[in-house]
Design a protein around this ligand. Sequence first.
Ligand SMILES: *Cc1c(COP(=O)(O)O)cnc(C)c1O
Length: 378
Amino acid sequence: MAHIYLASPHMSEEGYEQQYIKEAFDTNWIAPLGKNVDEFERELSAVVGAEDAAALSSGTSALHLALKAAGVKEGDPVFCQDLTFSATVNPVLYEKAVPVFIDSDRQTWNMSPEALEKAFDKYPNVKAVIPVHLYGLPANMEQIMKICRKHGVPVIEDAAESLGSWYHGQHTGTFGDYGVFSFNGNKIITTSGGGMLVCNLEGQVQERIKKVRFWATQAREPARHYEHKEIGYNYRMSNIVAGIGRGQLKVLEQRVEQKRHIFAYYQEHLGNLEGISFMPMHEKERANCWLSVIQLAQECPVRPLDVMIALEKGDIESRPVWKPMHLQPVFAGYDYIDNGNVGAELFRRGVCLPSDTKMTEADLERICSIIKDLWVKK
Ligand SMILES: *Cc1c(COP(=O)(O)O)cnc(C)c1O
């Protein structure tokens, strides 16, 4: 039986991606930039409801330039969601700023507004706040934006995992001053690697996006010779990569439907097992269900590791929940504002189940039967 991945690239059945790439080859727009980049920026902006976007080489580079655009400097405190992938935090260190980790809440699994308030009391000089929409679950943007607006601090939404996720009728990534998306290989749509930065500051979008594109292309001043007044980066997306993105964007809705079906299938077939619970869903929200995640309660007869090992024996990939940043050796020594250690608990008790959109119903059946067997044996 074929190996089952947690989440792997899934190109369109129609071959849209190759059509756009072929067009780039035919017109020799391999690099630099070109029509696919311009169109991908326009098309992604339309999907999420942003005014404009900058296509970049990764979600990480998009976060980095968002921090620069927000004016974060050496020594500045930056509030980062604690339960996330390290790429949320690394760019803060690239700028020699100081991350302060904010615990999650049980309702959203994302940044706790209560812990965020506490953090503002302790660090009134904070320069940016980075909430994350983990696994495509929207963070509590209503409360987070209210608190950050009150303090006049810019918000950078890490929407790397939440393309296709909506909150209160608005796409995630468009609430904060800046929003960041990723097209890395494991994300809901992929360009093999890439990212996008959107700006939501009314009246300032064009100027900010222009600046981001400037930094991303080595900060070359408009002169005939090479003139530089600022440090630049080589962070722009290539025209070939953007072609893959344009094709993938056409199947985004289909992928969201497939991911949501996978989650519903697990809920239906595993929901009765003792001690199991699922990642939270709320009214007025649509999560893209990038990964389907379960929790196994303390009193549950089966442990997360049992599930992962049993699946592994069947050549099926699964993963623990992200390990919180304050528990990472590389970030030891940075402050952490806890909310009852919700993130650490989610990490300890969680399993990310296979969520690959290429799985068949038979694959899902096999996965569920392996998992259910663990309860029968106990
Ligand atoms: C994937 C991811 C990133 C980084 O995106 P890349 O395109 O891989 O650089 C950032 N934050 C989160 C939460 C992610 O999952």
